[in-house]
Write a protein that binds this ligand. Sequence first.
Ligand code: PEP
Length: 261
Amino acid sequence: MKTYIVGNWKMNFTVGESSLYLHKLLGKIHSYRDIEVVVAPSLMALQSLSLQTDRRKIKLACQNFYYKDFGAYTGEVSVAQLRSLVDYAIVGHSERRYIFNETDKDIKMKVASALRGGLTPILCVGETESERTFGETVDVIRDQLLGGLSDVAKEDVSKVIVAYEPVWAISGHGKPARVASPLDVADALKIIRNILKETFGPKIASETPLLFGGSVRSLNAESYLSIGDCNGLLIGGASLIAPEFTDIIEIAKRVKNDRNY
Ligand code: PEP
């Protein structure tokens, strides 16, 4: 399985800045067969970046979309409209769940809509700090994971990438994030793998890529990428800094080579 390095630029960079930044990244990274590099710029920049990017090096993701194909939905954008611009779609990010009140129903509809339209959904799941304190981590992960996949046909489950993103480890919300230990992450990814196994069988479970996201930096990337169940990283803040992001890609390449020996 490939290793996925996904940068979520969130609501950062103007269209011009996005283009300059992509140009810089394209100049610094190589195309690796076993590393899939994806960035999720703002919706505004997708059109121009889709013409600019070299998809062998960097593919694009959208950060959000609406699950209906077309119609009277003011302000929304559908998968049909995004299909020629992006290959991936982030779904269920905690900022969408908790700031924009996305519901489990929205999220399952979006996962199904992305698949229907030929995009790979990156389904984010993860507990909040208080859910973790109250010992609800496993239940929250199970509910968000199986809820998000509930409209997906069994044979399509491994087309979904699952990102474990504990909300308490995500930076950029005012309060400093607590960095997740590799042990915490290994436990959570194992839980996800086991839920997939119990529900869909061992083959699908082993073929579904699992990512980790939450304050990943070049300094800690290797510790997460070395976890057996970790197939990549979803990166917010550090993906906005070219040397950080490109270092993480190089680290992913090195860890992948070491694993293949
Ligand atoms: C995220 O929001 O998906 C994320 C992982 O952010 P950060 O890396 O900044 O914690």
